[in-house]
Write a protein that binds this ligand. Structure first.
Ligand code: NDP
Length: 333
């Protein structure tokens, strides 16, 4: 087997000495266990938060343990009556490894979407799509004509969230890094406006693009970008706090926004976790399926080759050097 082991808690971006790629034998299967060969490893911003020894929604990965990660793989061997060799599955504890031995209760079968590549199951129809779909439809709940701002808008979740909000009739403005990502949002995905936070003042751009203020914020970044949005939220505005990626590598928490605005503008702020929506995946597929078939939702996948690339690849999420859902291809389908 090949596995990435967490050796020390990173400070800032992950460094080559923080994790080690080791070779080890694959253990024998016990009753009801399944051997899964990883085909794709999903790299997600939250992976970085699991490396910190801090209170989170899941326990921190311990030093000396295999790095946790969402994967999609093929059953190679099985002592379970529910899974057989060749089945495609997503283990809940696959991790950054070529092989994982998983109890049958920790496996979900993967149903290939007709006409779509397998990577769709880890992107637009996987956790990413689920986050975007329920973040918009259950938390943001945009009404036609409302102005919605999304940060990390050209990323995996943000780009899909924006297109869903367009389907619901909102006026959608995205914040993203660089002219090419902003062009993609407005010219290809149908966003009503885009702010290039790397090259323009976010507050000034929002004043220009949302002169009547902001009704809804799908927040992925936090920090100065969130504050610029926060200071322009309208009365009874709604914020879905999906992620705060600008803080994931930070050693101290960023300054808080002005909380008085929650009172003066009666803001409704809600954090959410995709895990809570996993049982409702069918609802997402029911509504998104036809949009995908009609070409109303587009998405991109960025695939890096080989398990050995995982550590460097993770840092792409924090530099923005990727286009769409970031995956590592660990072995052939
Ligand atoms: P993305 O594909 O959006 O990649 C992350 C992007 O964030 C980068 O491409 C970069 O875009 C942007 N970014 C990184 N650092 C900064 C920074 N300091 N300032 C501004 N932008 C930055 O990743 P995901 O779609 O997987 O995740 C997006 C967000 O959603 C994250 O915050 C993540 O934690 C959250 N999330 C939350 C879930 C939940 O259940 N609540 C589930 C899944 C994701 P650019 O090039 O534009 O700078």
């Amino acid at each position: 087997n090949r596995q990435w082991i967490l050796r020390q808690r990173p400070k800032g971006l992950v460094q080559p000495t923080d994790l080690e790629l080791v070779e080890s034998p694959v253990p024998d299967l016990k009753d009801s266990e399944v051997l899964v060969r990883t085909v794709y490893l999903s790299l997600d911003p939250t992976n970085r938060t699991w490396m910190n020894d801090a209170e989170g929604y899941l326990p921190a990965v311990k030093l000396g343990e295999v790095m946790r990660g969402l994967t999609l793989g093929v059953v190679e061997d099985s002592k379970s009556e529910r899974f057989k060799k060749g089945d495609i599955v997503t283990p809940m504890s696959g991790g950054w490894a070529l092989y994982a031995v998983v109890p049958e209760d920790g496996l979900r079968p993967v149903h290939r979407a007709p006409g779509l590549p397998l990577t769709a199951n880890l992107s637009v129809l996987g956790m990413t799509g689920l986050t975007a779909y329920f973040g918009v439809t259950d938390v943001c709940r945009p009404e036609p004509g409302q102005t919605m701002v999304i940060s990390a808008a050209a990323g995996a979740v943000g780009s899909i969230a924006g297109q869903i909000a367009k389907q619901k009739g909102a006026r959608v403005i995205g914040i993203a890094g660089g002219p090419e990502k902003c062009r993609w949002l407005t010219e290809e995905l149908g966003f009503d406006g885009a702010v290039d936070y790397k090259n323009e003042d976010v507050g000034e751009a929002l004043d220009r693009l949302a002169p009547d203020g902001i009704d809804i914020n799908f927040e992925n970044v936090g920090g100065d970008i969130m504050n610029a949005v926060w200071n322009r939220m309208n009365v009874h505005g709604r914020m879905a706090v999906c992620g705060l990626i600008s803080a994931y590598n930070a050693t101290r928490p960023p300054p808080s926004p002005n909380f008085a605005r929650i009172i003066t503008h009666r803001l409704n702020i809600q954090g959410f976790l995709v895990l809570d929506y996993a049982p409702r995946a069918r609802e997402m597929v029911a509504e998104m399926g036809p949009w995908l078939a009609e070409g109303k939702i587009q998405w991109k996948v960025h695939v890096d080759e080989g398990l050995e690339s995982a550590l460097e690849s993770l840092n792409r999420l924090f530099t923005g050097d990727h286009d769409g859902k970031l995956l590592v291809k660990v072995s052939e389908e």
